[in-house]
Design a protein around this ligand. Structure first.
Ligand code: C5P
Length: 316
């Protein structure tokens, strides 16, 4: 018999409004102090029940060909981890529609893993407590936990330890997607090279960024965006400085490389200014694509409650 029941989960991309990076740790990671912010650029993941314990994944959308459709896909690993921890033999077919750039510094792979956890929890009727889901997320990758939580949150450790941030306001962002991807480990490696022999303080989220978020003042927020990885991303991809300059020339309140890049994001004053910025960035030819988004938005959520596990079990 073929599978009948399915759930769809919508999951947002993230940007880092502040990203302070410490020195390399013995495990190869870096301690971070970051402010994650979820924006309205989404992947949609549909999980369909199977009657065996197989797991498949199919990816469609922009740059879909760059995403592996095998066991190395982070969403597949999320499904396997969840089944193993719950001691169940269950399978699923995953279908991912990508709206988040691949290898763009916006945690697209992590988002899919978070979506897979939420989808399978619902599909298999597990009712996993949020704290346990967050633990599984942290095992899968540094940014997976935040994709579950969404909103605006402070991340410490390697980014997986989260505290919701006291933040006010809804912001208009313009996202410039690059023609190329950047490897996260390569960008961290370049940062280590650029900072070799420097004594590094413990990473901290700047006070002025937290103050700006509490005030809800877009100008103050624009002035306090910061990312330690930006010089490393620009060193590996110098064209990013041209993209950043376009935003500055057109009055962006702030502009920053997102995470390890190469996506660059800008803060606009309002909807109209966001449109002006988007037009200018498109005309400049420095971006593959330009999107207007807003934030904060919630983390991974069931997109269609009528197809939730309760509905599925009523029909079984
Ligand atoms: O955790 P995740 O798989 O997303 O990390 C990808 C890579 O990024 C790591 O293997 C590591 O090289 C680098 N990284 C890091 N420090 C962090 C997060 C990621 O060095 N806090």
């Amino acid at each position: 018999m073929t599978a009948t029941f399915e759930v769809t989960v919508r999951v947002p991309a993230k940007v880092n409004l502040g990203l302070a990076v410490g020195g390399p740790r013995p495990d190869g990671y870096h301690d971070l102090a970051t402010v994650f912010h979820a924006v309205s650029l989404y992947d949609d993941l549909t999980a369909t029940l199977r009657d065996d314990d197989g797991v498949t994944v199919r990816v469609e959308g922009v740059q879909a060909t760059l995403v592996p459709e095998d066991e190395s896909n982070l969403a597949v690993r999320a499904v396997r981890l969840l089944a193993e921890r719950m001691g169940i033999e269950a399978g699923v077919d995953l279908h991912i529609r990508k709206g988040i750039p691949v290898a763009g510094g916006m945690a697209g792979g992590s988002a899919d893993a978070a979506a897979a956890l939420v989808a399978c929890d619902a599909l298999w009727n597990l009712g996993l407590p949020r704290s346990e889901m967050l633990e599984l997320a942290a095992e899968l990758g540094s940014d997976v936990s935040f994709a579950l939580l969404g909103g605006t949150a402070i991340g410490t450790g390697r980014g997986e330890r989260l505290t919701p941030a006291l933040a006010r306001g809804d912001y208009h962002w313009v996202i410039a997607l690059a023609e190329f991807g950047l490897s996260t480990p390569a960008v961290y490696g370049e940062l280590d090279r650029l900072r070799a022999r420097r004594v590094l303080p413990e990473p901290r989220v700047p006070d002025r960024l937290m103050k700006a978020l509490r005030s809800g003042d877009p100008q103050a927020l624009g002035d306090s965006l910061s990312n330690d990885l930006q010089p490393a991303a620009c060193s590996l991809a110098p064209s990013l400085t041209d993209t950043l300059a376009v935003g500055r020339d057109y009055g962006a309140l702030g502009g920053l490389v997102s995470g390890s890049g190469p996506t660059v994001f800008f803060l606009a004053r309002d909807t109209e200014h966001a449109l002006d910025l988007a037009v200018a960035l498109t005309a400049s030819g420095t971006a593959r694509d330009v999107r207007r988004v807003h934030g904060p938005v919630p983390g991974a959520r069931l997109a269609d409650p009528h197809r939730s596990p309760d509905a599925a079990s009523r029909r079984s």
